[in-house]
Every structure is written in C-alpha cells, then in structure tokens.
Design a protein around this ligand. Structure first.
Ligand SMILES: Nc1ncnc2c1ncn2[C@@H]1O[C@H](COP(=O)(O)OP(=O)(O)OP(=O)(O)O)[C@@H](O)[C@H]1O
Length: 284
C-alpha cells in the first residue's frame, strides 16, 4: 500500500509503503527548539526543527559538527529538555515525559552511539550487559532471558558464546554489534543512531551499515540516523533532513536530495562526501 501522512503537509509528496494502518508517524517532532544555558544565558542549539519518521523508516539527520544533530537526538531520547515545540511518539506527547512514562518509553526508543565503549560496562560479560534491560523491565525467567540474549546475538551476527566474554575481547566492529544488540534486546520501535559507524574502519563501516538495513527488514524498527557524512546514509535512509547551525535547511527523499539538492550547504556536504554528480560547491 502506498499512502502519505495527511497530518504533515510538508511530507505530502513522500509516498512510502512504510506507513502503519493509522497513517500516523511513529515519531513526530514539531517546531522543536533546544537552548543550552551558560552563565544565565540561553544559546539555541536547534531552532524550530520539525521532522517525522514512519514505522519501519530511516530518516537521516545530517550536518557538520556543531549543527545540532546530537542535541536533537538527545531531545528525542529525553536526555536534553526541549525549550519549545513538541515530540510525539506513536501519537502521544512525550516532550516532557518523566518518571514511569519515561521508563516505559525507554523500552520503545533506544540509542546506539559512536563509541560502543560508552554503552558497554567493561566489568560485565556481554550476556550480563544484554540481560540488564530485560531484568529491569520484566520479570522473565532466566531461561527466557538467556533465549532472548541468544536471539539478539544471532540477529547482530555474533555466536551465542559471545555472551560469556567481556567487551575487551572483541574488535571495535564487534563491540558496536554488541551495542546494537543491547539496543535491540527490548524490541524497540525506534533507535536513535548517533554517528554509529564514525569510529570504525571503512570496511567495518560497510558491514555495520548492512547490519542496520538487515535488522530493519527483520524487525521493522525505525531509525533516526545521525551522521555528518552524506555518503554513509545514502543506501540506508529513505529521507534526509539537513541541519545547518541549528536550522533545517533541506528536507526530502534520499533520491531528491542526492539528485537535486536545493540548498548550497547540502551541495557542499555532497561534495565533501565525494558524491558523484553533485554540483560544485558554491558560496553559502
Ligand atoms: N551540554 C552542552 N552545553 C552547552 N552547549 C552544548 C552542549 N552540547 C552541545 N552544545 C552546543 O550546541 C551546539 C550543537 O551541538 P551538537 O553536539 O548537538 O551538534 P552536532 O551536530 O551533533 O555536532 P557533533 O557531531 O560535533 O556532536 C554546538 O554549538 C555545541 O557547542
């Protein structure tokens, strides 16, 4: 079925077959601004940002360092408070969700960051790391937990024995697979991926990007995929949102953006990524 999101006129041309039965986006960020306060003064990091992600869809958020990508990702994860605007998840306003509601949400919205070491405790075995969220959120029996651990390890292409080992016994790419397994263990509906391959060697990057695609096909998870590199998101994202100094300067389907970028900043990013056919960079 091909349909469009009737609630957001800006996306009316983005035909997709990934919309759920209600036609409602899974994540709907509307007019979001976030400011950081330093010495009593608020400095905006993102201004009036709107984007939506449908079930099973990948939306890439791209821009140079400091453009506000991580700030938006952290706001979606509830780690940084919004100054203005709303964040709807599955139709519910979660902008200022806290306490039990936030804990509930943390099952559905997970994150994978650039440095897998940040999400892996070196003192715990991989199995203990993967069991943690299951034990926090459910009272499953040990056998059910062990089975789920085996399942997610298989999903990310690691053998069951990996559960007995420690993070230091794995390569960087394997550690990122473990971090992805940890994000997957609660069967989330959305994963915020913040530069998840930037720290990996090029050959390993390709494998991990393929893994993200396979996992989406197998589980129907959506991704907000943050990257400074348009080459990385090309084969992964259905739609692209470009941030420049906290403002959205371009939005479109991946094909539109790669074939016919409208904003000079997007064209510069394309050229920086060595994308063939991108028009020469011009002044801002
Ligand atoms: N905790 C913070 N306190 C104050 N300012 C911050 C904080 N985090 C980010 N900023 C500022 O907000 C702006 C956006 O930063 P952000 O990290 O969101 O950008 P980014 O596009 O993700 O860049 P990078 O890829 O380098 O992380 C920058 O000017 C940054 O200095």
């Amino acid at each position: 079925m091909t349909t469009t999101d009737a609630t957001d006129a800006t996306d009316a041309t983005d035909a997709t077959d990934t919309v759920d039965a209600t036609g409602r986006p899974l994540l709907d960020v509307r007019g979001l601004s976030v400011s950081y306060h330093r010495r009593g003064k608020g400095t905006p990091a993102i201004r009036d940002v709107s984007l939506d992600i449908r079930p099973g869809e990948t939306v890439a958020l791209v821009g140079e360092s400091g453009s506000g990508k991580s700030t938006l990702g952290r706001a979606v994860l509830g780690l940084t408070p919004a100054t203005r605007g709303t964040i709807l998840f599955d139709g519910q306003d979660v902008t200022h969700a806290g306490g039990a509601r936030r804990r509930e949400l943390s099952k559905s919205v997970q994150a994978v960051f650039q440095d897998p070491n940040g999400s892996l405790n070196p003192a715990l075995t991989v199995g203990q790391t993967l069991a943690e969220p299951l034990l926090v959120h459910s009272r499953d029996e040990r056998s059910v937990v062990l089975e789920r651990i085996r399942e997610v390890l298989a999903l990310v292409g690691l053998p069951g024995e990996a559960a007995e080992r420690y993070p230091r016994q794995f390569s960087g790419g394997q550690r990122q697979r473990i971090a992805i397994a940890r994000a997957l263990v609660m069967s989330p509906r959305l994963i915020v991926c913040d530069e998840p391959v930037s720290a990996l060697d090029l050959s390993v990057q390709a494998q991990v990007l393929n893994l993200f695609t396979t996992l989406q096909r197998e589980t129907g998870v959506s991704y907000l995929f943050i990257s400074h590199d348009l080459a990385v998101v090309r084969h992964l994202a259905q739609r692209i949102v470009v941030l420049y100094r906290g403002d959205v300067v371009e939005k479109g389907t991946t094909e539109e953006v790669y074939a016919d970028a409208q904003h000079p900043y997007t064209r510069r990013l394309l050229a920086a990524a060595g994308i063939e056919g991108a028009p020469a960079p011009s002044a801002r």
